[in-house]
Design a protein around this ligand. Structure first.
Ligand code: UTP
Length: 407
């Protein structure tokens, strides 16, 4: 893209300030900026005052398959799941493209070391858990790792350095998610440098589209993979490609499944799996109404009692029908580093604008049904979101110890 074309594109979307420092840039920097202007999709910015996520349909509870029910059929479900894994029909997708801003580490979250007497990296915990399934099934499980522009190379280097934590390298494939511009509250993009627009990963909802762009959906089909278990990087007790979960989804003729835990309190900060206009849907904790918090089921238990832990099983063929553009766009307030009018780099300590994201949890509403599958909270849910306090390194360490994991 030449300067004139770039000028026109920016003028049309009200972003001409991107060229404020153009004359100060070296030739190389100018070329890089023109290339970035060419590739950046500015369309999302129009949502800065119009978050598309707020209109929900009619919400009703979705009954979860609870632990007692699962335990009664554990062997049966596990056998079905193991069989599918043995046949190579199940793969896993690790969502590791996030910025982990709350944890406050510059490295990818998975490189965070939660060890005390020895190094125990988050990635290591994930690979160890997956290895247990590989051993039980006697077959390797393909793992696709989503990264972003911000952490792709360093993530791959880390896996190489750690020899894939004992996993078979040929079964681990990295792919990058797309980036979108970050803006101020008026929808004007921030500049990260004089010659670089500030961009951030486009949320975890774009994973399947990004896999497609990387040719991985073709690969999945060639390999005969039918189920994709997508999960978050930050739960150090996450069970991946869990045979019992896979078997339960298949045996109950569901097209997707979501692992859920019993909420600690009705307003705990986890999404609630329910029905929206008859289809599965996840209501965020801040969208729960008082009425929903107080609603009871026929046993007198809270009707919206189960929270999702970002561990979903999707049938691959259903994912192909979902267009990323159909997913609602979440406009999220965040701290965005930028350069000010004088060209000084600013690292804000308070949110100063918006990032634009689609979320994997919204994909659940695009499929016909979803098995809400309860897991034992203290055995499978140890999220690390914050440096201290709730869902932090400290709480995750306690839970690891409780599960006999030497730190
Ligand atoms: P979070 O919602 O916790 O976001 O991600 P985050 O970016 O990691 O952390 P904060 O909010 O900045 O502190 C949940 C999961 O989704 C992945 C994360 O890596 C994590 O596994 N994710 C999030 C992506 O893969 N891409 C994204 O753009 C955002």
């Amino acid at each position: 893209m030449n300067f004139k074309e770039a000028y026109q594109k920016l003028e049309e979307c009200g972003q001409l300030h991107v060229l404020d420092y153009y004359d100060e840039l070296t030739l190389q920097e100018q070329e890089a900026l023109l290339e970035q202007i060419d590739t950046v999709d500015f369309k999302v910015l129009k949502y800065c005052k119009n978050n598309t996520t707020n209109q929900k349909g009619r919400i009703a509870p979705l009954t979860a398959m609870q632990l007692a029910q699962i335990n009664a059929k554990r062997e049966y479900y596990t056998a079905i799941g193991l069989e599918e894994i043995k046949k190579g029909k199940v793969a896993a997708v690790l969502l590791a493209g996030g910025m982990g801003t709350r944890l406050g580490s510059d490295n990818p979250k998975g490189m965070f070391d939660i060890g005390i007497t020895r190094p125990v990296y988050i990635f290591q915990r994930i690979m160890e858990n997956l290895l247990e399934v590989v051993e039980a099934a006697g077959a390797w499980v393909h793992l696709f790792v989503m990264t972003s522009d911000k952490n792709h190379d360093v993530t791959i280097r880390f896996f190489e350095e750690k020899k894939y934590f004992g996993y078979k390298k040929e079964f681990v494939t990295f792919f990058k998610q797309e980036m979108v511009p970050a803006s101020d509250y008026e929808g004007k993009v921030y500049m990260e440098e004089k010659g670089k627009i500030s961009t951030s990963p486009n949320g975890n909802g774009g994973w399947f589209t990004s896999m497609r762009k990387w040719g991985l959906v073709d690969f999945v089909k060639r390999e005969g993979i039918e189920w994709l278990n997508v999960f978050a990087v930050d739960n150090v007790l996450q069970r991946i490609a869990d045979p019992c979960f896979v078997g339960a989804v298949i045996a109950n003729k569901c097209v997707s499944g979501a692992k859920v835990v019993k909420k600690k309190t009705p307003d705990e900060r986890v999404g609630t799996l329910c029905l929206e206009d008859g289809k599965p849907s996840i209501v965020e904790y801040y969208e729960l109404t008082e009425e929903m918090k107080e609603a009871r089921d026929e046993h007198g238990e809270p009707a919206y009692n189960f929270g999702v832990i970002l561990n979903y099983l999707f049938r691959e063929k259903d994912l192909e029908a979902i267009e990323e553009s159909e997913l609602p766009l979440h406009v999220v307030e965040k701290k965005i580093p930028y350069i000010d009018k004088e060209g000084n780099a600013v690292l804000p300590d308070q949110p100063n604008g918006y990032k634009y994201e689609t979320l994997v949890l919204d994909m659940i509403h695009q499929v016909d049904n979803c098995l809400s599958y309860e897991v034992e909270r203290n055995k499978e849910f140890a999220p690390i979101k914050n440096a201290t306090g709730v869902d932090s390194v400290d709480t995750a360490r306690e839970l690891c110890k409780e599960n006999g994991i030497v730190l």
